[in-house]
Write a protein that binds this ligand. Structure first.
Ligand code: TTP
Length: 620
């Protein structure tokens, strides 16, 4: 249900920046001889010349549209240049477009809070920059206003002729305007500067909408393209919304149509907030009343990195996949790419993805439930290509079983995608298990102390991050797809509060841990402890009722193993042996032996070693 948010009196300056025919521009930068020529980027599938996914504005003048295939585009525009999207692993490789988008984001984000909305779209909150400009050098004090700003389309004010430019100049410089319009004028100049900078530095043009909120900015950015900007003063909002031909969609749209005869956003204006609340409840009623007036309090999220990574491929018509081996082949390709992307995200941005989700579109050979969808399945994401591939296949198999039910007489899959989501920052002060132990062993051989290691490592801070949670099992299996595969201990974050190692020069993981106060002692003495957070932990097999319980416990209590009031440990047999492969060689052997010995009963003393940190049992 929509939740209305206050619009902060509409005094914000929000821009929505949208790149023009983005993939075409990226390809034209690679092949500058294509600049200014009718050009389109076509999909990898070459059937009928390939589907067009981006069309240059020169080609659009000939009537070329994205819905066409290459052959059709050639018929309406024989001089069109068709560039095939880059290909890797038998599918479109969008990396060059992603990094081109990042170039733009890094320029735009310099002036205000920036939210990357898609591969080629960004929202900017320029309120602070506009306030600063207004107080330090307001538009009326600027002698030479940038021509790009003067060419803006200010709704309700302008035409694109000389009078238009003068009108815009007058609008930008009106000293008697209300504060929020003055801010919008400053935003207009700032966005023109930013677009100019993007063009100079990246060779890409973009268009922008500038308004008091995200919704209006987005509506405006597409109004004048390419390489132009449109401003929505508050006085123009009602006309803008009333002019929208768009019908309200979805269930709410149908219900508005049936109950109140409302078809467009403009039609909503005739109803009071109370009337709308009466029919649709307080939240939805107020939300509808607000959108009819262009009021929206949605904040620009400070997020320049993607929320998730997804890799997908469609297999239309005769290309549909009909055997497990074919599905496995393509899943392996998709997972390989996904693995590269999560790895590079982790290295470059210090973030970890926690959930792996598989979506598929499938059809049964003989189907009585024609509309039954292939269920999406999720599980905790384990890092490493092979593990992601293995897990994705298990998710597919589990989805297929559910999808087919008792009808096992044939199926075909027409799309597959794998998504890594629930991406979280590795908290400052964290080290990967590898780095952590390597740091330890390096320092040990050089005779340094644990304190030295942590102090020397700039990525380790003394801040605590006790609340850091990596995944919740409810989230991972929300669509009923309980994960049946193992997760693993993937990263260990170590945070130091104050550590005074008693012994130095220990090249041993056991001694390393035994040199630190044992958890029980930590509970008594919080001033002398090492915080250990396990970021990804093996998921007990969900078919095991006991394991299932453990999972729920975990969901509830997070995964910080060192919580003083609630110590958690993991059974040795629950440690995924593959995690040991990620440790430095010098300690692998020791841990292996240590795991072997743990299988023998009574061989380990509770809380005497690393085992205790990795045991799921709650100490009594
Ligand atoms: P859009 O921003 O929708 O379009 P565009 O940038 O090509 O053109 P415009 O100037 O009208 O904004 O999409 C951005 C890129 O995303 C586009 O260049 C290609 C890609 N894309 C696809 O691959 N498939 C699609 O169905 C769409 C809509 C876009």
């Amino acid at each position: 249900m929509p939740i209305p948010r206050p619009d902060r009196q509409g005094d914000r300056v929000i821009a929505h920046v949208d790149m023009d025919c983005f993939y075409v521009q990226v390809e034209q930068r690679k092949q500058p001889e294509l600049r200014g020529l009718p050009t389109a980027v076509v999909q990898y599938n070459e059937w009928k010349g390939g589907a067009l996914i981006a069309v240059s504005y020169e080609a659009r003048k000939f009537g070329v549209k994205r819905s066409m295939r290459g052959d059709e585009a050639k018929m309406v525009c024989p001089s069109i240049h068709l560039v095939q999207v880059p290909v890797a692993r038998g599918k479109a490789d969008l990396n060059s477009y992603r990094s081109a988008g990042s170039e733009v984001v890094s320029i735009l984000s310099a002036r205000g809070r920036c939210e990357r909305a898609s591969i080629d779209e960004v929202y900017l909150d320029l309120t602070d920059a506009a306030e600063t400009m207004l107080s330090e050098s307001p538009p009326e004090a600027i002698e030479d206003i940038d021509e790009e700003a003067l060419k803006s389309h200010v709704l309700g004010i302008t035409g694109a002729d000389v009078d238009g430019l003068n009108n815009v100049r007058r609008w930008l410089c009106q000293s008697d305007a209300v504060h929020k319009d003055k801010l919008l004028a400053c935003g207009t100049i700032i966005v023109a500067q930013l677009r100019d900078e993007v063009l100079r530095k990246t060779e890409f043009t973009c268009s922008a909408g500038i308004a008091h909120n995200k919704m209006l900015a987005k509506l405006a950015s597409g109004m004048h393209k390419p390489a132009q900007q449109t401003i929505v003063p508050s006085s123009a909002v009602t006309n803008l919304l009333a002019s929208l031909p768009k019908q309200l969609g979805g269930k709410l749209g149908s219900s508005l149509h049936d109950d109140l005869g409302v078809n467009t956003v403009g039609d909503l204006l005739q109803f009071s907030e109370e009337k709308l609340q009466e029919r649709y409840g307080v939240n939805t009623g107020t939300w509808l009343w607000n959108i009819a007036r262009g009021i929206s309090g949605d904040e620009v999220e400070g997020r320049i990195l993607p929320k998730s990574h997804g890799c997908g491929k469609t297999f239309p018509g005769p290309r549909a996949l009909k055997t497990s081996a074919c599905v496995e082949h393509w899943l392996n390709q998709l997972c390989e790419e996904l693995n590269e992307r999560v790895q590079s995200d982790s290295e470059q941005n210090k973030r970890v993805a926690n959930t792996l989700t598989l979506h598929a579109t499938a059809h049964k050979a003989s189907d009585i439930q024609l509309h039954k969808k292939f269920p999406s399945k999720s599980c905790p994401l384990r890092y490493g290509r092979d593990k992601i591939q293995e897990d994705a296949k298990k998710l597919f198999d589990s989805g297929l079983r559910e999808f087919l039910g008792s009808h096992t007489d044939g199926w075909r899959v027409t799309s597959l995608s794998v998504i890594a989501s629930k991406i979280l920052d590795i908290p400052s002060g964290s080290c990967s298990i590898l780095k952590f132990f390597q740091g330890k062993s390096q320092s040990i051989t050089s005779g340094g102390s644990l304190e030295d290691i942590l102090d020397d490592d700039p990525s380790c801070s003394t801040e605590r991050d006790d609340e850091h949670k990596v995944f919740s099992y409810e989230e991972c299996s929300k669509d009923g797809g309980a994960p049946s595969q193992d997760g693993l201990i993937n990263t260990v974050c170590a945070q130091k509060k104050s550590i005074k190692p008693k012994e130095k020069g220990k090249n041993s993981i056991l001694k390393f841990f035994s040199s630190i106060d044992a958890p029980a002692k930590q509970a008594q003495n919080d001033t002398n402890l090492l915080h250990l957070n396990i970021l990804m932990v093996r998921v007990p097999n969900c078919t095991d009722p006991q394991g299932y319980d453990d999972r729920r416990h975990y969901t509830h209590d997070g995964i910080s193993l060192r919580r003083l009031d609630d110590l958690w440990t993991i059974r040795a047999e629950d440690i995924d042996p593959s995690v040991v492969d990620e440790l430095p060689l010098e300690i692998q052997q020791e841990v292996q032996g240590w795991l072997r010995s743990s299988k023998r009963p009574h061989n380990c003393t509770r809380r005497s070693s690393l085992l205790n940190y990795f045991s799921l049992d709650k100490p009594t």
